[in-house]
Design a binder for this molecule. Structure first.
Ligand SMILES: [Zn+2]
Ligand SMILES: [Zn+2]
Length: 144
């Protein structure tokens, strides 16, 4: 489990400054643990630091992603809908196509591509997103 202090220690190791803004952003990411969009993170951070600029939030998210502390998720829902995931043990996701709820699921090695389908690529990573209806949305659609 990652803590705010651990992330801040990584900032220092990488020669980056630990500002109150960065600390607040990391706090939000860890507290919410909820695949927030950049705009949702901005809204939360502004409760603590009302004057923080969107650029500071976006840049910090980018830095955290580069440092491998945060995973930027493109779940195929559009650019505005990119989510940020902290404490990244690698995992896959299930997304509700109706309400956008996102849950973590463990990686399944069984879904790896057979080597003869690599097209001679050197594979470095893989993203799997399962799409479906969450229990709430499934029961709503049955009720109609
Ligand atoms: Zn749903
Ligand atoms: Zn996740």
């Amino acid at each position: 489990v990652t803590s705010v202090d651990k992330v801040c220690a990584r900032f220092r190791i990488e020669g980056r400054r630990v500002t109150p803004q960065r600390r607040a952003i990391v706090q939000v990411l860890l507290k919410e643990d909820a695949h927030l969009t950049a705009d949702q993170i901005l809204t939360q951070v502004r409760r603590q630091l009302p004057s923080i600029s969107p650029a500071t939030v976006y840049n910090t998210l980018h830095e955290l992603t580069e440092m491998g502390l945060v995973q930027e998720l493109d779940l195929g829902l559009g650019l505005e809908e990119r989510r940020y995931d902290v404490g990244v043990e690698k995992h896959d996701h299930i997304v509700c196509i109706s309400c956008g709820r996102i849950e973590d699921v463990p990686l399944r090695d069984g879904l790896n591509l057979p080597v003869d389908e690599y097209h001679n690529f050197k594979i470095v990573d893989r993203r799997v997103t399962y799409l479906g209806l969450c229990p709430d949305c499934a029961s709503n659609s049955e009720a109609q």
